[in-house]
Each structure stands twice: as C-alpha cells, then as structure tokens.
Design a protein around this ligand. Structure first.
Ligand SMILES: [Zn+2]
Length: 443
C-alpha cells in the first residue's frame, strides 16, 4: 500500500479519518491497514472511542500529493455538509409551498363564488389594522382580499423604492397566515404602467429613476395630467419591476397577483423617443403580455388586472375613466385569456347615456373568453345594480363580486359597510342559477 512518495500522518482526532475517507484512501487504524471505512465503520470507530474512553490513533496512508488530496477530501466533505443544509432548507420551503398549494385547492373547492374586497394597504399600520379586521370580514362573507401594496413594501432588491412605513416581510407573512387561517385568499396588487403619481406626488420608481418616465421632464408638479406612466418599452423597466413583484409575491406568500393597469392615459406619448407614434393598443398589450409572461409563465401564479383600458368607450357608453377613449381597447385581442378581468363600474345604470339595461362589458368580456370579476364601490344602488346585472349571466367564468373602497370607509367599519353588505347578500354561494358550483373560474 505504501508506494514511493508516500507519507504517513498520525492524528489524535477522528475528523482526519473523514479526510482520508473522502479522498478515497485506505485508513490505518491502530496500525492495522484496512480498506476504506464506510460510514458504518466510521460510526463504529467513534463508538469504540467513546466506549474505551480514549482517542483512537489513526493514520491514513496516501500516495503522491497526500495532504493536498486530503484537503480536497475535506473540501468535499464540507461542500457535502453545506449541500445537505441547503437541501434541508429547500425541502422545508417546498413543504411550505406544497402546503399552500393544498390550501389553494381546498379554497377553490369551498368557494364557488369570489366575494372580495379591495383595499390600499401600504404601510405597517394599515397591514395591522387589516389583520385585526379579517375575522369580521370573513363573518360578513368576504373570501378574497386584494391588498394594493405598490411601493409600501420593504423591498430588499431596491430599498430606495420603499415608501414611508413600508410593510416588513414579517408583517406581510403574518397577514398571509391569518388570511389562510380564516379561509381568505390574499392577493397583493402593484399598480403597473400607469398610476405612477397621484396629484403632485410622483411615486418612488419615477422619482428615483426619472429616465423610466413615459414623459420625462414633462408636466412639472404633475400639472395637467392625471397620473404618470412608466415607459413600457424602456429596456430596464421590466427587470426592475419584476424584482418588486417577486418580492411582494414571496412576502405575501401569494398565489395570484393584481397588476392594476387602470386609467392609463399617458401611453405612446410624443415625449417618449421609444413610443412616439406607436399604436396604444399594441403598447398596452405588450405591457400586459410582458407581466403575464413573468407572473403566469415564470412564477406560475394567476394574474388579475383592472379592465377599463380594454373597453371601447364609444361602443359601451361609459366615461373615459371606466372605459378607454385613448385607443387601447383593441388590446383585448392580443392578451392571454387566462387573465382575470376586474370590471369596475361605480354608477347606477340610470346615470349612463341612454340608460342601458345592463353593464354590457360584463357579458362582452365573458364572450371574449375571459374570467370576469365585476367590481363596485360606495353607491349602494350602483352596487346592487351591478351585482344583479352580473347574476343574470350564466357562466362559470363569472367569478362573483369585488368591493372597492378607495378610502370611503375605515377598515374597522368595513364589515358592516352598506355596499359591501348588499353585495354579500346578492352573491351568496347559492345565488348562482347556472349550477356551476365547482372550481369556478378554473376552466
Ligand atoms: Zn415609451
């Protein structure tokens, strides 16, 4: 066994045995050369050491560059141990994810109707307040909460984009766990493309990275515009935004994501060198399909969006906020059908031109093959009208009703808020007449 250049090392501890073992050498135990000890042999030696109360004397023989090889062996052992630790951590994460998948399957089975509420949840205090209100909301019938987070999350990839009092990972996780415990599906929202400012305040992305603005340097103080947009063609914008979406998804342990996309007015602007002269529908569809590719394609979650930019105002008679007068509506033919369209209407039918008998965008989106989630606000008559109108359409792709709040009600009073109560009454589980009671919305 001892060739030229061999050396013999003696150690008084057992660890070197591992070196030799990993380096694939023969081991000499108490001067007896034995073939490579397997794990059981090694354990046996340890037991022997313990039993006899003395350290065994080991040596291993190696040929050639013995110590170097032994060091390589040690590196292999350490790498193996680290890999083991990583594997254990990833198995634990998989267990968590698989537990959440089971939870989602069970939620789908027991919730044939989606009864949701949409809230702005953009700081720690707001998240705490919502967590406290959840049992009351569940009692009132709510089974989905859309939490519009935007920049109110403690991003680690881009700490410079956190807004004041941003929600910590721990708070987000606590909220997610409480929602799951109560049988409520928590869906976070990050308003994308448009809504990058409100009144005179520009939000962190375009404040920190003004080069991403669709109208860079224009409209100081946001005068004469509704909200700023980012440029859907800027080569850096999606990479950055997807990091934010990922952190929100992971932080809120979410299986669905709302991308906003409402009321985008600044698009294909003459002030953008990339988009000037572009087709608004194409640009809007590009943004939608980009976000879909990341969320549904890569992250395997469901995607929701506000639907107003997909409605042609001239055809449906809605105003320029709840429908599009800026050429985006044809995008409907260019976006994936598995997106859930949140179709919001806040006025009673008598307020629309021609006093229509129905909110016609609801059947329109159903006919186009989308899942539709009609959404009302604070006017009780309008909420009743929208819910009643929607209930007439027999489709398993009609999900239920979403209540938006927009600051019209405090979270602590939300469970007894009249429009929410009205919607919950109309959209009880048995309210449907189509008999579609299983796994609604998954077809
Ligand atoms: Zn642009």
């Amino acid at each position: 066994m001892k060739g030229s250049g061999e050396s013999k090392c003696r150690f008084k501890v057992s660890v070197p045995l591992l070196w030799g073992h990993a380096a694939g050498k023969r081991v000499v135990h108490n001067q007896v050369s034995v073939p490579l000890l397997g794990e059981w042999g090694f354990i046996g030696v340890l037991i022997n050491e313990f039993w006899t109360g003395r350290r065994a004397r080991f040596s291993f023989t190696a040929q050639g560059t013995d110590m170097k090889r032994a060091m390589v062996g040690l590196a292999i052992v350490v790498a193996g141990l680290l890999a083991g630790v990583r594997e254990a951590a990833s198995a634990a994460a998989e267990d968590g994810a698989s537990g959440r998948t089971e939870w989602l399957e069970s939620w789908r089975r027991s919730n044939p109707v989606w009864r949701g509420v949409h809230l702005l949840v953009r700081h720690e205090g707001g998240a705490r307040e919502l967590e406290k209100a959840l049992p009351g909301l569940r009692e009132a019938g709510i089974n989905v909460v859309i939490a519009e987070v935007n920049y109110g999350f403690a991003f680690e990839s881009h700490p410079e984009l956190r807004s004041d009092g941003a929600i910590s990972k721990e708070r987000a996780k606590a909220l997610a766990q409480e929602c799951r415990r109560l049988g409520i599906r928590l869906i976070p929202q990050f308003s994308s493309l448009g809504h990058q400012s409100w009144a005179g305040t520009t939000f962190p992305l375009l404040t920190r990275y003004p080069e991403l603005d669709e109208t860079p340097g224009q409209y100081p103080g946001n005068k004469d515009i509704y909200c700023r947009s980012w440029c859907p063609r800027h080569p850096q914008v999606n990479g950055m935004v997807f990091q934010l979406m990922d952190e929100i998804l992971d932080g809120f342990e979410a299986d669905a994501f709302h991308v906003g996309l409402d009321e985008v007015f600044l698009l294909a602007s003459e002030h953008c060198s990339r988009c000037r002269g572009g087709n608004p529908a194409e640009l809007f569809a590009k943004a939608v399909t980009d976000y879909h590719a990341h969320l549904v394609g890569t992250r395997k979650v469901e995607m929701l969006m506000w639907a107003d930019r997909l409605i042609d105002a001239a055809r449906f008679g809605y105003g320029e906020w709840e429908a599009a007068k800026n050429g985006t509506a044809p995008a409907i033919d260019r976006i994936p059908k598995d997106i859930i369209l949140c179709d919001w209407h806040y006025e009673p039918l008598t307020k629309y031109a021609g006093k229509p008998a129905d909110y016609a965008s609801v059947p329109y989106f159903l006919e186009q093959g989308f899942r539709v989630w009609p959404c009302g606000w604070k006017n009780v008559d309008a909420t009743r009208a929208l819910a009643t109108s929607a209930l007439k359409h027999r489709s398993p792709r009609l999900l239920g009703h979403l209540c938006s709040t927009w600051g019209a009600v405090g979270v602590s009073e939300l469970a007894t808020w009249p429009p929410l109560v009205a919607a919950m009454e109309l959209w009880k589980d048995g309210a449907r007449v189509d008999g579609a009671t299983e796994r609604r919305g998954l077809d």
